[in-house]
Design a protein around this ligand. Structure first.
Ligand code: F6R
Length: 610
């Protein structure tokens, strides 16, 4: 959420900053800005350009003279104050000699704003960040490092930030506390960014700052230190990343690219983790030996948004296979209700970004109370991954589209592996284990089969897009599928899509069914199929149009419905194959409505604010 870039070296900074911001735009896209240090051999000056709108709007409006070999930039997702030119970063002080870009939230900004105003400072934005620019400018410490550290000592909250100062033109000072910041080492040039996506085109030699750390970047290197200015030993290492995986390539959007990458992502998350001999899964990174795995009395899964819904799918898998009570809860709610932390419960945090602050704070709360947390995380080295006692990486590859697709699929498979491992140290027989191992192996191919039906789904998607309001319904294993389907649909099409348990419709929502309100129903060929079909008749009898996701051979009788058959897996694993067409429907509905599917309104990738 929000993106930071910075550069110091021999090249012109502005084009590099704009290119980097373009790559971070999924992190926030309501306003953007850059600041460069210019002035040649004379007295240095800070030049700032910022405005509401997209990075391309900023690029088009950049003054012709915007030269400088050192600069910082920001793309914003508004927290304090609406998306206006004045609220866009970088922020500056009255003298205009300091520029600050900031991700995160300063909790005591209100108090500091009042104090500054009382002392005669004229604040020109509604943001929390602006106070930092004034605090840095008011410090009289002899170094820029000292000034930034003094300013940070006065603020409370979270930050990833970068500071330029015209009096110290040979450096950029950066700091991290709860919001990621990475330093990229180039050839006589240094980069900084809040996300690898903005660095990989220039360098894959990267240092990750820790919380509480600061760094100084000059054209020739970087040094790291704590906020009390004592040195730290953070070093850069070469990351194994393919820069091309951060590009949409020939695809019209990242979301479509990422949907199509699901078979490959599914293969990666399974690779090396299935054991044919004992028909189980090996998740060494969990750090749970057989005895500890047997001692688990309960599993509690925590995530947000789609990660929470796939967590519900995971809870179902674990409870069914391992016969351990399991449930999922929104991490954003869990941490505010003073939860009882039980030593015999295995807590599982699930997150694509590993940065979602609600998930991170839930993990910290559990660990603070002595609980054991493992993580299912995509981004290697991310905050959630680092906070957990163990876990497994999802290997989905970079996910750029705001709407999660391939990460979600790998999360489901991660849960299936975890369920299998827990089940096989308990009562699941080797024959049953084998049934699941074989079914898991077949999934990547089956996911590809579903994606191959994309063309058939376009017409259905267009019809659904015409409705102002829709239901997505399912039962038991199918209910989280319906929740995820509704989430994807509303997120990118902006249609009202409500998920409900099929069994609960008659207790209220049936009142809303009409020819104008279609229902997308999840009806796998399982033990509930007849009941599900009966409930669909109740919808049809009230004139509600139906789209039914089901399996070949399921008899829908004389039900007037658009039928979408998906390949069969084992019934515990069916939910993921039923989820994929819902992504495709959401995608084509949004595309049909002319929306930017990668950057849905009001949202941003990675929610790093509470
Ligand atoms: C929906 C979506 C969000 C995320 C949620 C958690 O398509 O992407 O609901 O799933 O914000 O994000 P992570 O997984 O990064 O913790």
């Amino acid at each position: 959420m929000c993106g930071i870039v910075g550069y110091i070296g021999g090249q012109q900074a502005a084009p590099l900053l704009l290119e980097g911001l373009g790559r971070l735009e999924h992190r926030g896209y309501d306003s953007a800005g850059v600041a460069v240090l210019g002035g040649g051999t004379g007295r240095s000056t800070v030049r700032i350009a910022r405005r509401a709108g997209r990075v391309r709007d900023l690029a088009e409006s950049l003054p012709a003279r915007f030269a400088g070999r050192c600069g910082i930039g920001h793309t914003r997702w508004a927290t304090h104050g609406p998306a206006t030119d004045a609220n866009a970063h970088p922020h500056t002080d009255a003298s205009g000699r300091v520029a600050v870009v900031h991700n995160g939230i300063l909790d005591n900004a209100g108090l500091l704003r009042r104090r500054l105003t009382e002392e005669g400072v004229e604040l020109t934005s509604e943001t929390d960040t602006e106070v930092l620019a004034h605090l840095v400018a008011r410090s009289v410490a002899p170094t820029l490092e000292g000034r930034v550290a003094e300013a940070l000592a006065l603020v409370e909250g979270t930050w990833g930030l970068a500071v330029l100062h015209a009096d110290f033109p040979d450096r950029v000072v950066v700091a991290r506390n709860g919001s990621p910041l990475l330093i990229g080492v180039g050839d006589k040039e240094m980069h900084v960014a809040s996300d690898l996506a903005a660095l990989v085109r220039y360098t894959t030699t990267v240092a990750h700052l820790e919380d509480g750390e600061m760094a100084t970047l000059t054209a020739t290197g970087f040094t790291t230190y704590r906020q009390d200015l004592t040195a730290t030993a953070t070093t850069a290492r070469v990351l194994e990343v393919d820069p091309a995986s951060y590009d949409a390539g020939e695809h019209e959007s990242f979301m479509r690219k990422e949907m199509l990458e699901q078979p490959a992502a599914a293969e990666r998350v399974l690779r090396g983790r299935l054991d044919d001999r004992f028909a189980t899964a090996h998740l060494g990174g969990l750090g749970l030996d057989a005895r500890e795995a047997r001692a688990v009395r309960r599993v509690k899964i925590l995530g947000c948004g789609s990660a929470y819904y796939v967590g519900q799918m995971g809870a179902s898998l674990i409870e069914e296979l391992a016969r351990v009570p399991a449930d999922a809860e929104a991490a954003s709610e869990f941490r505010y209700r003073n939860p009882v932390i039980d030593p015999d419960t295995l807590y599982v945090a699930v997150s694509q970004s590993g940065e979602t602050v609600d998930t991170l704070l839930a993990v910290q709360e559990i660990r603070r109370k002595g609980g054991r947390v493992v993580g299912l995380v995509n981004v290697v080295g991310s905050a959630v991954a680092r906070e957990c006692d163990g876990g497994l990486y999802l290997h989905a590859g970079p996910e750029v589209a705001v709407a999660s697709t391939k990460a979600l699929t790998t999360m489901f498979l991660g849960f299936a592996l975890l369920a299998l491992q827990l089940a096989r140290v308990r009562d699941l027989s080797i024959a049953e284990g084998r049934r699941l191992v074989d079914a898991l192996r077949a999934l990547p191919e089956q996911i590809a089969e579903v994606l191959d039906t994309e063309a058939d789904l376009v017409a259905v998607a267009k019809e659904l897009a015409e409705a102002e309001s829709l239901f997505f319904v399912g039962r038991v294993r199918g209910f989280p599928v319906a929740r995820e389907g509704a989430q994807k649909f509303k997120e990118i099409s902006y249609r009202h899509a409500e998920a409900y348990q099929t069994s609960e419709l008659k207790h209220g929502p049936l009142a809303l069914i009409s020819p104008a309100v279609p229902t997308v129903a999840i009806v796998p060929d399982d033990e509930l199929v007849e009941r599900n079909v009966a409930a669909l008749h109740e919808i049809a009898a009230r004139g509600g149009p139906l789209v039914v996701l089901t399996h070949a051979g399921v008899d829908l009788g004389d039900l007037a419905a658009t039928r979408i058959d998906v390949p069969r897996s084992e019934r515990e694993l069916d939910p993921i194959l039923l989820t994929i067409p819902l992504q495709v429907l959401a995608y084509h509905a949004a595309a049909h409505l002319g929306h930017d599917v990668d950057k849905p309104r009001n949202l941003a990738k990675s929610v790093t604010v509470e």
